[in-house]
Design a protein around this ligand. Structure first.
Ligand code: KGT
Length: 284
């Protein structure tokens, strides 16, 4: 039985393709499922609205946050009265060659509450995979973003950010996040090696819930994502996962913010951690 303090959340797992209308149809079905399951928030993965067939394709579909694509998703939230985490939206950049990889939070009336632009861009030669150069078509963000919601204070990030613990330390200790969102499209190779362990580490070291919605499977014949959308509690326990890592669907879990408080009270790392000045002196 969920405790009286519990709040229901959901994370989608899906295989977006290079067809805006097809992805919107999938998202709209998943929003209805999440709303009828009683979820207050549904999180979508990075590139939910569009995955191109080759690098940089997505620049051609980039739009501002007040454009028609985001408006469609805002009306989904309003119609089903549910908050949405729209991770990795292709937001129009400052020139025609670039976009921003933007994580948008929309409330249950369809209003944009906040947006975060991916800071760490995936310029990586994946061992046994291919070379990625996200910075060739993406402008990096510069601001850390947290926002209040009915399911607690949300800390925003996107995909490759997951490998950089500093951003999560700041979200927890400066911005007071209680729930970290990590919408992703991890590669099949790096996901198999690192996905679950990185997410559980971030939950444990920040004592936050982590909700990580994932792209999964083959997007055409060029790209493949690892999958495995996860909801993790502040003790590092996985509390939500789909039975099949590759299927399209939602995972639902009840989160309890009093559990966040109790983990933090019993293991008071906020008080015990050393300030940055200590480390500067120690490394002189
Ligand atoms: O461009 C798109 O369509 C969607 N975005 C992505 O796929 C991004 C940038 S290329 N992928 C990652 O950040 C993978 C990270 C990763 O796999 C790891 O850290 O191991």
């Amino acid at each position: 039985m969920p405790s009286p303090n519990s709040l229901r959340v959901a994370a989608a797992q899906m295989t977006s393709v290079s067809d805006l209308a097809a992805n919107f149809a999938t998202c709209s079905r998943l929003v209805k499922e999440a709303a009828s399951a009683g979820a207050k928030l549904l999180c979508f993965p990075e590139a939910f609205s569009y995955v191109g067939t080759k690098d940089g394709d997505s620049v051609s579909v980039a739009q501002p946050l007040d454009g028609p694509i985001m408006n469609q998703y805002r009306s989904l939230a309003r119609e089903s009265s549910i908050w949405l985490s729209l991770g990795g939206f292709q937001e129009k950049g400052s020139d025609p060659q670039h976009l921003c990889n933007t994580h948008v939070i929309v409330d249950d009336t369809g209003k944009i509450r906040s947006s975060y632009r991916k800071i760490h861009l995936f310029d990586v030669d994946v061992p046994g995979g291919r070379v990625y150069k996200e910075s060739s078509f993406t402008e990096p963000g510069e601001d850390i973003v947290a926002v209040d919601s009915p399911i607690g204070r949300l800390g925003l990030s996107v995909c490759y950010d997951l490998r950089f613990p500093e951003i999560y330390q700041l979200l927890r200790f400066q911005h007071e996040a209680q729930v970290l969102l990590v919408p992703s499209a991890f590669t099949a190779v790096t996901g198999a090696a690192h996905w679950e362990i990185l997410l559980r580490a971030r939950a444990i070291e920040t004592q936050c819930y982590v909700i990580a919605a994932a792209q999964t499977g083959k997007h055409g014949d060029k790209r493949e994502s690892y999958g495995d959308s996860l909801i993790i509690d502040p003790w590092g326990t996985i509390v939500g996962r789909l039975p099949d890592r590759l299927s399209t669907g939602i995972v639902v879990a009840d989160i309890d913010l009093s559990f966040v408080d109790s983990v933090r009270e019993k293991m008071p790392i906020a008080k015990q951690r050393m300030p940055i000045d200590f480390w500067k002196a120690a490394s002189l």
